[in-house]
Design a protein around this ligand. Structure first.
Ligand SMILES: Nc1nc(=O)[nH]c2c1ncn2[C@H]1C[C@H](O)[C@@H](COP(=O)(O)OP(=O)(O)O)O1
Length: 213
């Protein structure tokens, strides 16, 4: 059984010419040769902040708050996002500074956005975010927060425009769905897919398969 498409997938970019540039973002016309050998053009958005010393634009942080006699909680941030014109619910995230490791960026951004001091427990390879639009990439860093640590008893972040939302890990998707009923926010797809993955992993294996003919 094949799980991989046998369709030709080759392709290569040839030239990149600027269309427009701002302080944070530039738009490029990317000329590329597709798998059939045809030269085509793609409009591509790129961050101007990417440095040669960093391997991805940013980090996303899957942070779990662990406290004695409390359910483990996922740490999310709610903020107004100008490109969407509304509030979003996301994992804490941010751009990697020059000469900064992804792990250090994750702990710095977590502290800035939530006030929590964390410990890195894992990191993904470089992952892309919206490859049909942009070359933007991110590491997803998993972080544990010891909520019993005196430094984490009264976390205070200094960003007035970011609200920290804690949701219990064992009901993550259900609590997100309830929040979406109450509040006018758009979910970040990474968060929702992570919640769906938890549901799949822990709920579905208990169900016996019944195959439809
Ligand atoms: N696309 C952007 N347009 C802007 O006008 N400003 C931007 C863009 N991307 C980042 N920024 C600014 C806003 C913040 O002052 C800094 C740092 O953002 P950071 O916290 O690292 O990342 P996010 O949380 O994902 O915004 O950059």
């Amino acid at each position: 059984m094949r799980y991989v498409s046998s369709a030709p997938t080759g392709g290569s970019t040839t030239t990149k010419s600027p269309l427009a540039s701002g302080k944070w973002v530039r738009l490029e016309k990317t000329t590329y040769v597709d798998a059939a050998g045809t030269t085509r053009i793609w409009e591509t958005a790129k961050r101007t902040t990417r440095r040669s010393t960093t391997t991805a634009d940013g980090v996303g942080i899957i942070a779990v708050l662990k406290r004695t006699l409390h359910k483990d909680c996922m740490v999310l941030v709610k903020q107004f996002r100008p490109p969407l014109g509304c509030h979003t619910l996301e994992f804490p995230a941010g751009l990697i500074d020059d000469n900064e490791t992804a792990e250090a960026a994750a702990l710095r951004e977590l502290k800035e956005e939530t006030g929590y001091k964390g410990e890195v427990v894992g990191i993904t390879p470089v992952t892309c975010l919206d490859p049909g639009l942009s070359n933007c990439t991110t590491y997803i860093v998993t972080v544990n927060i010891n909520g019993d640590d005196p430094d984490n008893l009264h976390p205070s972040q200094k960003l007035e425009f970011v609200e920290v939302i804690l949701l219990p890990l064992d009901e993550f998707q259900k609590k997100i769905d309830e929040l979406l009923q109450r509040e006018d926010v758009v979910m970040d797809s990474k968060v929702y897919i992570y919640a769906m993955g938890i549901t799949q992993a822990f709920a579905k294996p208990k169900e016996l398969p019944v195959l439809k003919q």
